[in-house]
Design a protein around this ligand. Sequence first.
Ligand code: SF4
Ligand code: SF4
Length: 239
Amino acid sequence: MRINKEKCIGCGRCTDYCMLGCITRDGKKVSINEEECVDCGVCLRAGVCAADAIYMPDENFEYPRAVRMQFSDPGVQHPALKAWGRGTEEAKTNDVTGKFGYGEYGLLLEFGRPCTGTRFTEVEKVTTAMRRLDIPILEDNPLYGLLEEDGSGRFKKEYVNEKVLSAILELRIEEKDLEYIITTILKLLEDVDTVVSVGLVTRFGENGSLPVVDKLAAMNIPVRPNAKINVGLGRPLIP
Ligand code: SF4
Ligand code: SF4
């Protein structure tokens, strides 16, 4: 995103609308730090600029820069996966998709939210480690297309330093590997320079039980009461 210096009157109204703090004001001079801006479009969509000075330059729609808005702007559709915003509906729709079945878990790592953003350099610390453990990166994950094709989990060099508002990595792990994988990831995240939310996707047992809660408790990981529970009312998944 950019500010047209000819049009800007330096009112400063837009500065509060950037959650990443990319819009700064020095007297009457207001500017956007383009290197840190993730092209989320909030400052533009807010419609606060009476001078019509905020605009998206044409080059922001070109790769590799274009991935910023694909992962940051909810009004932009991922070109390959056709999902809006961050390119994924997340594993939280498992109640209707059945993506993760019994005997396995979906492991969900969301990098960068809230209000922090992430560079793919930070995501790569996890994707490469998962590949070393022979855990595949799911092909329907929006990050998949940005990775090298050699299976290393490294990002293609043109993308690795791009910054986005949030990137969601979904993994499929076997039930028996839960403790080892979770322990490994929590250790890895100590070296990741952004906020990361870790989620686990599991199906209820036929008797309505959630055995994973006890497993996590044994690992000293509390299950927060704000966990998402979908009940598939729209399209119930029949086992
Ligand atoms: S597009 Fe988003 S990140 Fe960039 S300056 Fe505007 S609000 Fe900030
Ligand atoms: S709201 Fe518009 S005119 Fe005011 S500082 Fe921001 S870009 Fe400039």
